[in-house]
Design a protein around this ligand. Structure first.
Ligand code: HXC
Length: 260
């Protein structure tokens, strides 16, 4: 698939996907969403890719939201369709069997914050700014922000951000648990790649199942979720990774995982 608004580079199992519309602060229009959908379908099925990093081009923005110019004239039905497309994209990221790390290099607003929320781990540069400023435009988030933000940082903090539309800096995002780590701008991509490489060195089957356990388990009650965890734990024992990982520990050597 050829991309107009994305740059994709894969090196040693780590794919870096860069949203590349710097003239509009990487705002998500229909085309960019469709490209993200295609890119995540490809990368999720590509055996050469084990971890995905998502970032924005330029120094200023990760993604400054859905494209306001494109949304302004939409009919109600078209707006619903646009939101549904966004949900499909966020769902594809969340459900990707590969871990996805957001490297938030600047503004992550509205749909941009929602894009970061759909990722598994968020690293931010000191220049990152987060917010759900949709109320300033007379709308609400439509790519899952009302749901994922509340699930991640809790109802009260999420509602404060959603109702005021206030932007917060990286330190505050870290304080409320919206981001995992804050690093200097110049080190952001390297930090994301280092984390990706650490994940890459682990048992691939276990990494995949751990993501699945958290994602699906959080939507269940605790008894069902623990049962589900036990099932997935059992499933690990059908993999050569489990035999190798435990054997390597007993032999005091580094495991050589096959990912099966
Ligand atoms: C379209 C955008 C944009 C956006 C910025 N631009 N954000 N275009 N959609 N979301 C464009 C500007 O129009 C401008 O284009 C160029 O990018 C540079 O932006 P400036 O505003 O000049 O930069 P600056 O003064 O530094 O301000 C940065 C900013 C501001 C604070 C990030 O751009 C801003 O507030 N953007 C909108 C943020 C927002 O409200 N996001 C939520 C959108 S709603 P020109 O051509 O003038 O140079 C949303 C809903 C999601 O995301 C759900 C949908 C279903």
């Amino acid at each position: 698939m050829k991309f107009e608004n994305l740059l994709i580079e894969t090196v040693e199992g780590i794919a870096v996907v860069t949203v590349n519309r710097p003239q509009a602060l990487n705002a998500l229009n229909q085309q960019t969403l469709v490209e993200l959908q295609g890119a995540f379908a490809d990368l999720s099925n590509n055996e050469a890719v084990q971890v995905i990093i998502l970032t924005g081009s330029g120094e200023k923005a990760f993604v400054a939201g859905a494209d306001i110019a494109a949304m302004q004239p939409l009919s109600a039905l078209d707006a619903r369709q646009f939101a549904k497309l966004g949900h499909e994209v966020m769902g594809a990221i969340e459900k990707s069997p590969k871990p996805v790390i957001a490297a938030v290099n600047g503004f992550a607003l509205g749909g941009g914050c929602e894009l970061a929320l759909a990722c598994d781990i968020r690293l931010a540069s000191e220049k990152a700014r987060f917010g759900q400023p949709e109320v300033n435009l007379g709308v609400i988030p439509g790519f899952g922000g009302t749901q994922r933000l509340a699930r991640l940082v809790g109802k009260g903090v999420a509602l404060e951000l959603l109702l005021t539309g206030d932007l917060i800096d990286a330190a505050e995002a870290y304080r409320i648990g919206l981001v995992n780590k804050v690093v200097p701008q110049a080190e952001l991509l390297e930090a994301a790649k280092k984390m990706a490489a650490r994940i890459l060195s682990k048992g691939p089957c276990a990494v995949k199942l751990a993501k699945e356990a958290v994602r699906n388990g959080l939507e269940m009650d605790l008894d069902k979720a623990n049962q589900y965890e036990a099932d997935l734990f059992g499933l690990c024992f059908a993999s050569s990774d489990q035999k190798e990982g435990m054997q390597a520990f007993l032999e005091k050597r580094t495991p050589r995982f096959q990912g099966n």
